[in-house]
Design a protein around this ligand. Structure first.
Ligand SMILES: [Zn+2]
Length: 88
């Protein structure tokens, strides 16, 4: 019979799907009976998904705006240099 502390040890493997079928079944059986482990698994799943989300960061809004300003400034200085087309 699986105990709460056993479940805590294999919980991340369970969420990653790395457990053999027999162990998965005992985890599920335990989760059906144990409210504490259900919320533990739910929390763990959330933090794993958060961590995974971090590796795929989106471009920060402020950074994108600064990039726009820098491009505009570069374009403006280029036309001052007269390196662009001749505007008489
Ligand atoms: Zn438990």
């Amino acid at each position: 019979m699986l105990m709460c502390r056993d479940l805590a040890v294999i919980a991340s493997d369970y969420l990653e799907g790395d457990l053999p079928l027999t162990q998965r079944l005992s985890v599920r059986t335990h989760l059906m009976m144990c409210r504490h482990c259900r919320s533990f698994i739910a929390n763990l799943r959330n933090s794993i998904e958060l961590m995974k989300g971090h590796s795929d960061q989106r471009l920060d809004d402020r950074y994108a705006r600064r990039l726009d300003e820098e491009i505009e400034r570069a374009l403006a200085s280029q036309s001052k240099d007269g390196s662009g087309p001749d505007q008489g």
